[in-house]
Ligand binder design. Structure first.
Ligand SMILES: O=C(O)CCC(=O)N[C@@H](CCC(=O)O)C(=O)O
Ligand SMILES: [Zn+2]
Length: 343
């Protein structure tokens, strides 16, 4: 691998996608500013400054291959760090999740990677496809990064798993706060994400096999699935709409102490998950328009979805839909319903 090529152009993501064989053996090198760069596999790169200032930050993107805007943001940040136009104050690990799915412009190749964490990759049929192998590799990379940080005396862990949604959304930017097993929801995290442009939060009420729940549950990280907008092909995102998120992530990495706008609870919407509706039959169908945006709400008693043997109704007045997808694999989540709450 020509380290000079990486340092001069910063093309880590494109090399990872085009020539993954370059990165099959882990390697490390040091930038002129003293930052240690570690590459453990294609699409997995970390930066450790000379005197890291306490935060161990994980930024993942492309866990779904067609959710391109977050990939483009992270690619730009990695390029800036490699070419030293940006210097990290904190340790940061970038994970570009599903590289083959990015090449196809698809959500996944064989299986939804964001249902394969917390060991789900190895259950059932085991490591039978590249998504399962990769989910395990990503878990190991997160564990290695946080454990190394602990040895360096790092005191704080966070993980923002960056996505874009399939549908439009009444609240364009929103985040899923993974189940915290009774620990308090952190207002400081809502404040940080609000600075990224996220004004809507879904509080999870149960463990899941998503990436953000994995880092939260196994490493005590402040972790979120962050939906920054709507899916679009590479090069077709209106990056203006992502500017606030990009600038805030850049500040998180580079500023020793981040100064955030004051938290205004009146400016955020908080929902709790009311129903998790799984598709169990081939004939599962949703009873609302294909283009109904996320957070469309329905009257109590409205039939939201049905399949042989089951009908699913809005249980509360104003119950709203999130992530509806009738085409998920059997047994997987086809719809979340949410109702307003507060923290
Ligand atoms: O828009 C959609 O239907 C899916 C967008 C997406 O990928 N969302 C994540 C949310 C994960 C979570 O609940 O934390 C997913 O479905 O994996
Ligand atoms: Zn996604």
């Amino acid at each position: 691998m020509s380290i000079e090529l990486l340092r001069s152009h910063g093309q880590f993501l494109s090399l990872s996608r085009q020539s993954p064989a370059l990165f099959t053996a882990p390697f490390a090198f040091t930038l002129d500013n003293g930052t240690e760069v570690e590459i453990s596999a294609p699409g997995i790169i970390s930066f450790t400054p000379v005197s890291p200032k306490g935060k161990d930050i994980v930024l993942s993107s492309g866990v779904h291959g067609n959710e391109t805007a977050p990939i483009e943001i992270c690619d730009e940040l990695v390029q800036a760090l490699l070419t030293e136009t940006l210097t990290a104050s904190h340790r940061v690990l970038f994970l570009f999740g599903n590289l083959p799915a990015m090449d196809l412009g698809e959500r996944f190749v064989e299986e939804n990677m964001n249902r394969l964490f917390s060991g789900a990759h190895s259950s059932g049929p085991g490591l039978v496809n590249q998504e399962r192998v990769r989910a395990k590799e990503l878990e190991l990379a997160v564990g290695h990064f946080y454990r190394q940080g602990e040895k360096l005396g790092q005191t704080y862990r966070c993980h923002y798993d960056l996505h874009t949604a399939i549908r439009g959304s009444k609240n364009e930017k929103f985040a899923v706060y993974p189940f915290r097993h009774g620990q308090p929801w952190k207002q400081s995290q809502l404040q940080f994400l609000f600075a990224c442009g996220v004004n809507t939060f879904l509080l999870s009420n149960s463990p899941t096999t998503t990436f953000s729940y994995f880092s939260s549950n196994e490493f005590g990280a402040d972790a979120f699935t962050v939906e920054l907008g709507k899916v679009a092909p590479f090069g077709q995102n209106d990056m203006q709409r992502f500017q606030q998120a990009r600038d805030t992530l850049l500040a998180l990495i580079s500023q020793e102490a981040l100064s955030l706008p004051e938290y205004n609870p009146d400016a955020v919407l908080v929902y709790k998950i009311n129903q998790i509706i799984n598709r169990t039959q081939e004939d599962f169908r949703l009873n609302f328009a294909d283009d109904a945006p996320n957070f469309t709400d329905f009257p109590k008693g409205y039939l939201l979805a049905e399949e042989t043997g089951a009908q699913y109704f809005a249980e509360q007045e104003g119950e709203a839909i999130v992530f509806p997808n009738a085409k998920v694999a059997l047994g997987q989540r086809a719809l979340l319903t949410v109702v307003p709450t507060s923290i």
